[in-house]
Write a protein that binds this ligand. Structure first.
Ligand code: C2E
Ligand code: CA
Ligand code: CA
Ligand code: CA
Length: 268
């Protein structure tokens, strides 16, 4: 803007302007991306820390833009949430993952007991058709519900707790698994653990990074793992990059891990 009433704000003007421009440009493009099959899924292994065996994969969306190349989800998921595009995008992700799992399962040389984790946004989770999207994707693909785990962050749980409880109950009834993602980064993580039964707790990478040399993170992760186990949950540590981090996590009784040390997200 030209008018700088309070002074000082002008410094930020350009970056805000650039971000706004990028959004204006990206929104119609993202709409088209959905129609033109420009979204692709990458899969990152989740591994047993004990024996290195793959227990499953996390599905992570990417946008293959015809000119800009690969755009990462941090650049477009929020835009999708703010514009409501997350609803069709999220439905596409669920259908695509189920299709992929079914095709892996046809290949008898592969391990067919893998669990594939899918990220679900708050808006998506509390949208009326969410459960029917899940059920139709399972039916269409013939994939068993126990092969799918839905990853939710705390922000997905903040609003509308009655509705969240109903959806989580129904998921439990149809045996779709659930994971509490990015644990420790939200406002009242313990509150959610106590209110909702998740199968898996994923410890955010900010606590895992350099855990071998950071006693404070060790203390936090140690207590988190103990608590999760007492509540009957499995634990996945995210963002593992070194062998030393693996060793420390094993000593803290963490059973699963995910991160560049084990494998980057990649095409199926
Ligand atoms: P997230 O669910 O916490 O996913 C983990 C992120 O950490 C991924 O980033 C992954 O590539 C990255 N990562 C994995 N291991 C390492 C590591 O060792 N070191 C480092 N530095 N990073 C690691 P990505 O793929 O860019 O995804 C970012 C976020 O976008 C995800 O965070 C998730 O919140 C969201 N997202 C991704 N795919 C979807 C989707 O299909 N639907 C929705 N609603 N959100 C998605
Ligand atoms: Ca996740
Ligand atoms: Ca995470
Ligand atoms: Ca994250």
């Amino acid at each position: 803007g030209q008018v700088d009433i309070r002074g000082g704000f002008k410094i930020f003007d350009d970056t805000i302007h650039q971000a706004a421009m990028r959004r204006l440009e990206l929104e119609p493009a993202l709409r088209q991306a959905l129609e033109n099959n420009q979204l692709i899924m990458h899969y990152q292994p989740i591994v047993s820390l004990e024996n290195g065996k793959i227990k499953g994969y996390e599905a992570l969306v990417r946008w293959q833009h015809p000119e800009k190349g690969i755009i990462m989800p941090d650049e477009f998921i929020r835009l999708a949430e703010e514009t409501g595009l997350i609803i069709p995008l999220g439905a596409w992700v669920i259908h695509e993952v189920c299709r992929q799992v079914a095709s892996w399962q046809k290949d008898k040389s592969r391990d067919n007991h893998l669990t594939i984790s899918v990220n679900v946004s708050a808006h998506q989770f509390t949208e009326p058709a969410f459960l029917s999207v899940i059920q139709s994707a399972l039916q269409k693909s013939g994939v068993q519900s126990t092969c799918i785990s839905l990853e939710l962050t705390e922000t997905a749980l903040i609003n509308n707790s009655q509705q969240v409880t109903e959806v989580l109950d129904e998921l439990r009834r149809i045996k779709v698994r659930t994971s509490l993602d990015d644990f420790g980064t939200g406002y009242c993580s313990l509150n959610y653990l106590h209110r909702y039964p998740f199968d898996t707790l994923k410890i955010d990478q900010s606590f895992v990074r350099h855990i071998d040399s950071n006693p404070r993170n060790q203390a936090i992760v140690n207590s988190t793992i103990e608590l999760a186990h007492r509540l009957g949950m499995q634990v996945v540590a995210e963002g593992i990059e070194t062998e030393a981090e693996v060793e420390t996590l094993k000593q803290l009784n963490c059973e699963y891990g995910q991160g560049w040390f084990y494998g980057q997200p990649a095409l199926s």
